[in-house]
Design a protein around this ligand. Structure first.
Ligand code: PEP
Ligand code: MN
Length: 340
């Protein structure tokens, strides 16, 4: 249920509503937007609460039920687009953000440092590399763990790029949060609710990938797990391809979901063409489609020598391909009124 307060209402009136909600055992989140202040009342039984019991409070404009299963991620709770600020970088603003790096941080740290330099030269704002890798096979390279985080931190010191890296277990959230600027939740963990709770409590920005077979409703409810622990919305959605019957690409590229998400949620959206395509040949066109379709940014795997990469080499761009793509994207962004 959401309670929309009258414009310019006395803070005392807001406090009174919040107090009443807490007496009823409900969780409360406040969106103090520029247009209106909205109070979300959250709990398992909000459907049983009489709207009239809140309509009588002073300063209340209207009381509405959010019909969607996701609440905090929905446009009903927050109308204006969210901009997630990470350091000086704004995600969801007119300028698109670019996140680039190797799939895994590899034992040869020069690989990650070279990726960071290339990403920086081509205008990226973030370096991404996996230190904890959720691999489908237990026999595949599982990442360097804290050693990898240290390499990422060194790359940040040397280039000024901010760091995005994945966390795969609730036990590692604090460790990864000590190094990362954005915590990535991978597709395989989108419905790991304990992990979502834990990253929410870390109070850092979170890049939440869509689960391999998750519906948009499930994805946005996963976002709610993180949003409930934070006063400011700090979730960035990441579409990365979904599983369907066709196997001509690694996943089916769900770029068509961009305008749908725009309508349903205020959260910013980053697109991952690399994991959708699975093959480097398709990545540039996929990236261009996302920019034309209104994404707020891209996350792209690059590697100095993709054939030798310890993971996802087949979909990694070489430095020269990434440079070319970065230049080509500028015209497409401009055509849709954005910059990159
Ligand atoms: C990754 O980002 O390298 C990764 C494992 O991605 P996803 O979770 O989308 O499969
Ligand atoms: Mn990868």
């Amino acid at each position: 249920m959401i309670i929309e307060m009258k414009r310019g209402t006395d803070p005392e009136n807001i406090r009174a509503v919040v107090e009443k909600a807490k007496l009823l055992g409900l969780e409360v989140q406040i969106n103090s937007g520029t247009e209106r202040i909205v109070i979300a009342l959250l709990g398992p039984d909000t459907g049983d609460i009489d709207q009239g019991s809140f309509e009588v409070f002073e300063g209340v404009e209207q009381v509405l039920r959010i019909q969607k299963p996701y609440k905090l991620a929905s446009r009903d709770f927050k109308m204006q687009n969210t901009i997630v600020k990470v350091g000086d970088i704004e995600i969801g603003a007119n300028k698109l953000v670019v996140i680039a790096g190797p799939c895994s941080v590899e034992p040869d740290k020069e690989i990650t440092l070279a990726c960071a330099r290339n990403a920086k030269e081509n205008g990226a704002q973030f370096l991404r590399g996996g230190a904890f890798k959720p691999r489908t096979s237990p026999f595949a390279f599982q990442g360097l763990k804290e050693g990898g985080l240290k390499i990422l931190a060194e790359a940040r010191d040397k280039t000024g790029l901010l760091i995005v890296t994945e966390v795969v277990s609730e036990n590692d959230v604090q460790l990864v949060a000590d190094y990362a600027d954005i915590l990535q939740i991978g597709a395989r963990n989108m419905q790991n609710y304990r992990l979502l709770d834990a990253v929410g409590k870390a109070k850092k920005p979170v890049l939440l990938k869509r689960g391999l077979s998750a519906t948009v409703e499930e994805w946005l409810q996963a976002a709610d797990y993180i949003l409930r622990s934070n006063d400011e919305p700090n979730v960035i959605l990441c579409n990365r391809g979904i599983r369907a019957f066709d196997n001509s690409t690694r996943f089916v590229y769900d770029v068509g979901i961009l305008p749908v998400l725009r309508q349903l949620t205020h959260l910013p959206i980053i697109t991952d063409p690399s994991h959708a395509a699975g093959k480097f040949q398709y990545v540039p066109d996929y990236a261009k489609m996302a920019v034309a379709g209104g994404t707020d940014g891209l996350i792209i795997e690059i590697h100095p020598n993709p054939k030798e990469a310890l993971s996802d080499g087949a979909q990694s761009l070489t430095f020269s391909d990434f440079s070319r793509l970065s230049k080509e994207l500028k015209n497409i962004a401009a055509a849709v009124g954005r910059s990159i």
